[in-house]
Design a protein around this ligand. Structure first.
Ligand SMILES: [Zn+2]
Ligand SMILES: [Zn+2]
Length: 62
């Protein structure tokens, strides 16, 4: 069973469906639409910063 996050590209606002990994963070991703490399700066990963959900790693840390 996979968890999915809808990650929104801050440059072109395209929403990208991404699998949420259970054991690591995703610090950056390449946007499918504008090819921008989107990097998380404020939070632990792009899922926490740019999507409607949170990564599983941050849930375990608390
Ligand atoms: Zn984009
Ligand atoms: Zn995170």
């Amino acid at each position: 069973m996979n968890n999915y996050a809808n990650v929104k590209c801050p440059s072109c606002k395209t929403v990208i469906k991404m699998v949420v990994p259970t054991n690591k963070c995703i610090p950056f991703f390449e946007c499918d639409s504008c090819r921008e490399i989107v990097t998380s700066k404020k939070k632990c990963c792009v899922i926490c910063e740019f999507s409607d959900t949170k990564c599983l790693v941050s849930h375990e840390i608390k």
